[in-house]
Write a protein that binds this ligand. Structure first.
Ligand code: HEM
Length: 598
C-alpha cells in the first residue's frame, strides 16, 4: 500500500524522522484526506484514486482520547450515564451531522474536472482563465433539481440546476445556471413566490398543484419556462444529458474597457436526452438516485463527461428592445440564435468524483455574484439581485467562513509550507488576501498581524484596473415603475409561441399536452384551471385546446377559457406600475462621455 499522501510528502521532503510527530500527522489529518490530499498524492505520484489508508493506531474521540469499545456504553447497573463522553459525543455529533439543506436546489450531486479555453476570445473578454487557447482551469460542478427536498427522486419533473465553479487565477468564477435557457419570473420580488408555489403547502406539507398553476395563471411571463417545465425538458435522462445555460445576460469586458453582452450555452457532447413522464415515474421508483448514480458511475468507469461552451454576443448599441423586438435583459426571454449565433469558446470536462459528498458537494457554495475581472453584471434585474442573495443564503446555511471550508491546512516540511485548500477556496488565485476576518470556526491565520483597516500606511494593494466597466441606464428615476418591455403586451407570448410551433415537433407537443393535463387535472379550483388555460391559449390556441380536451372532468366550457384569454397578458399587472414612458425599458449603453479619470 502506498504511503498516505501527507506522510509521503513528509518523506519526499525529508522531514520524517526529524520530528517524530510527523509520523502521527497523517492520521491526525483524517479530515484533510480529500481533494487537497489527493492533489498532493497526484503531485507526488504515490496514490491513485480510491480509499484512504487509515494508519491511525487506535480510534479516539474528537479530542484524541482513546475509545474503549464499540458496543458497550458506560453504565451503572446496566443503565447509561451522562459521564460517558464517548456515548454523548457520538450521539451529539450524529444529531448535528447535516447542514441545513439549500432552501432551493437541495437535491443534487457534482463532480470535478477542468475547463479548457478552445478559442481566442480576448478581443471581448479579459478574464484570466480565457487568456489563451489551451489553458486549463480546474472546475467543480453541481447538478440539481430545484424545488424538491434533498432526498427526493432526482428524476422528478423539475428544471435542473447547472452550476460550475471555475478556480481561476483571479479568483473563483461561478456560473449558476439551469438546463432551461429561461426562468419563471423576471422581477426579484417574485422569486420566493415562484419557489414557494412549487413547494409543499405549509399547512399539510403536501405538494400543492393549486399553487403551482395559480402562480402561472397570474404570471403571463412565467409560461415560457412553464412550458419547458411540462415538456420532456422537465424529465431529462440524469444530469449528463442536459445542455446548461447561464440564462441571464452578462457583460464580457476586454482590456481596453470595451464590453459586449453575452449569454452562455453549454452543449452536452453526449447529446440532450429526456425521459417521458411515465419512464421518469417508473425509474424514480426503482432508483430515486438515478441521476446522481448515473454521473457517478460514468466517471468511476473512466468516462469523461463533456460540454462545448458557447456564447451569443450582442453589441451594447444593439441591446435595445425597441430595435430588437424583444427584451435582451428579460430572463424569461431568449436571444434568437438566427440573429445571435453561437460562438464556441471552450470545453467543460468532468473526470473526477468527489471524495466525500458532504465536504465536496453539500458544502459547495455557488453564487452568481462571484464574477472575475472581465465578466460583469448586466441591467437584468433578477441577475442584479441574485448576485447578492446567494451568499446571504450561504451565510445562513454554512456560516460566515463558507470560503474556508474545510479550512486551510498548513504543513511545514523543512522550510516549505504546503497549503491545501478545498471546494470553496480560491486555490488557483494568484493572491488571496481578503480584508475580512473573525467569525465562527475561523481556521486560517485570521488576518494575522496585518492592519485591520484600509486604507493604511503599510499596505494598499488595490486593483483599480479591475473596476467594473460603466454602463448607462435608460433613466435615473427611483420608483416601482416597471422597466420590462413586454409587460402587459401581447409580445409576451411571442417566444413561447415560437418554441411551441417552430421548435417542438409533433411528438414533443403531444408529450407536453399529456404532461400538462396530467398535472392540471389535480387542481381543485376551476377558477385556476380556466385562468391557466387562458394563458396557454395565448401561446397558441391549440395548446390550450389540446390540454382542455385531455382533462377527464371539467366544470367549465372552453368558451370561458376563450373569454378569459382576452387581456391575459395584463393579468397580475397593476396598471399604475406598467411601463408607459419611452424610458421605461432596460438598456445598458456605453456612456456618451468617459466615466473614470485617466
Ligand atoms: C428569484 C428567483 C430565485 C430564487 C429566489 C433562487 C433562490 C436560490 C437559493 C436560495 C439557492 C440556494 C443557495 C445555497 O444555499 O447555496 C439557489 C440555488 C440555485 N439556484 Fe436559484 N434562485 C432563483 C433563480 C434562479 C435562476 C434564474 C437560476 C438560473 C439561472 C437559478 C439557479 C440556481 C442553481 C443552479 C442553484 C444551485 C446551486 C448549487 O448547486 O449549489 N436560480 N437558488
Amino acid at each position: 500500500m502506498a504511503a498516505h499522501p501527507i506522510q509521503a510528502l513528509g518523506e519526499a521532503v525529508g522531514s520524517v524522522g526529524v520530528d517524530p510527530r510527523a509520523y502521527q500527522l497523517s492520521s491526525l489529518f483524517q479530515e484533510a484526506n480529500d481533494g487537497p490530499a489527493r492533489t498532493a498524492a497526484k503531485i507526488t505520484g504515490v496514490q491513485g484514486p480510491g480509499k484512504r489508508d487509515d494508519d491511525s493506531t487506535y480510534f479516539t474521540s474528537n479530542e484524541g482520547i482513546p475509545f474503549p469499545d464499540p458496543a458497550h456504553s458506560k453504565t451503572v447497573g446496566g443503565v447509561p450515564v451522562v459521564s460517558d463522553i464517548h456515548l454523548l459525543q457520538k450521539q451529539q455529533h450524529f444529531n448535528r451531522s447535516k447542514n441545513l439543506e439549500r432552501m432551493v436546489h437541495p437535491c443534487g450531486s457534482g463532480a470535478f474536472g477542468y475547463f479548457e479555453t478552445t478559442k481566442d476570445v480576448t478581443a471581448h473578454c479579459k478574464a484570466d482563465f480565457l487568456k489563451s487557447v489551451g489553458l486549463r482551469t480546474p472546475v467543480s460542478t453541481r447538478f440539481s433539481t430545484v424545488t424538491l427536498g434533498r432526498e427526493c427522486p432526482d428524476l422528478a419533473r423539475n428544471p435542473r440546476g447547472f452550476a460550475i465553479k471555475f478556480y481561476t487565477g483571479e479568483g473563483n468564477y461561478d456560473i449558476v445556471g439551469l438546463n432551461f435557457p429561461i426562468f419563471f419570473c423576471r422581477d426579484p420580488i417574485q422569486g420566493p413566490d415562484v419557489i414557494r408555489s412549487q413547494y409543499r403547502n405549509p399547512q399539510d406539507f403536501l405538494l400543492d398543484h393549486n399553487s403551482l398553476f395559480d402562480l402561472l395563471a397570474n404570471t403571463p411571463e412565467g409560461n415560457h419556462a412553464g412550458m419547458m417545465f411540462f415538456s420532456d425538458h422537465g424529465t431529462p435522462q440524469g444530469w449528463r444529458h442536459n445542455h446548461g445555460y447561464g440564462c441571464h445576460t452578462f457583460k464580457w469586458a476586454n482590456r481596453d474597457g470595451e464590453f459586449v453582452y453575452i449569454k452562455y450555452h453549454f452543449l452536452a457532447n453526449h447529446g440532450q436526452k429526456q425521459f417521458t413522464a411515465n419512464e421518469a415515474m417508473r425509474l424514480s421508483g426503482e432508483d430515486p438516485d438515478y441521476s446522481k448514480r448515473d454521473l457517478w458511475r460514468a466517471i468511476e468507469k473512466g468516462e469523461e463527461i463533456t460540454w462545448t461552451a458557447h456564447v451569443q454576443i450582442m453589441q451594447p448599441s444593439e441591446a435595445d428592445p425597441d430595435k430588437l423586438g424583444f427584451d435582451p435583459f428579460d430572463v424569461t426571454k431568449v436571444w434568437p440564435k438566427s440573429e445571435f449565433p453561437l460562438h464556441e469558446f471552450g470545453k467543460l470536462v468532468l473526470n473526477r468524483n468527489p471524495e466525500n459528498f458532504h465536504i465536496d458537494v453539500e458544502q459547495a457554495a455557488f453564487s452568481p455574484g462571484s464574477m472575475v475581472p472581465g465578466i460583469e453584471d448586466s441591467p437584468d434585474p433578477l441577475l442584479q439581485f441574485r448576485t447578492f442573495f446567494y451568499r446571504d443564503a450561504q451565510l445562513h446555511r454554512i456560516g460566515v467562513n463558507w470560503h474556508q471550508i474545510p479550512g486551510e491546512i498548513h504543513i511545514l516540511c523543512k522550510d516549505v509550507i504546503l497549503i491545501f485548500r478545498r471546494v470553496n477556496c480560491p486555490f488557483m488565485a494568484s493572491s488571496c488576501a481578503s480584508l475580512n476576518f473573525d467569525g465562527q470556526i475561523r481556521a486560517d491565520a485570521n488576518h494575522a498581524g496585518n492592519p485591520q483597516y484600509a486604507p493604511n500606511s503599510f499596505g494598499n494593494k488595490f486593483r483599480p484596473d479591475t473596476a467594473e466597466v460603466p454602463y448607462q441606464l435608460a433613466d435615473s428615476i427611483m420608483s416601482r415603475k416597471s422597466h420590462f418591455w413586454h409587460e402587459g403586451s401581447p409580445t409576451e407570448y411571442e417566444q413561447s409561441r415560437a418554441l411551441y410551433e417552430k421548435v417542438m415537433n409533433v411528438e414533443a407537443r403531444e408529450h407536453l399536452h399529456f404532461n400538462t393535463a396530467s398535472a392540471l387535472k389535480k387542481v381543485d379550483y376551476p377558477v385556476i384551471q380556466v385562468k391557466y388555460l387562458a394563458q396557454l391559449l395565448r401561446i397558441p390556441y391549440q395548446y390550450a385546446k389540446a390540454v382542455y380536451n385531455l382533462l377527464p372532468e371539467k366544470s367549465f366550457g372552453f368558451e370561458e377559457v376563450e373569454e378569459k384569454s382576452k387581456g391575459a397578458e395584463k393579468i397580475g399587472k397593476e396598471e399604475k406600475f406598467c411601463p408607459s414612458a419611452q424610458t421605461d425599458k432596460l438598456v445598458g449603453k456605453c456612456p456618451a462621455a468617459k466615466v473614470y479619470n485617466a
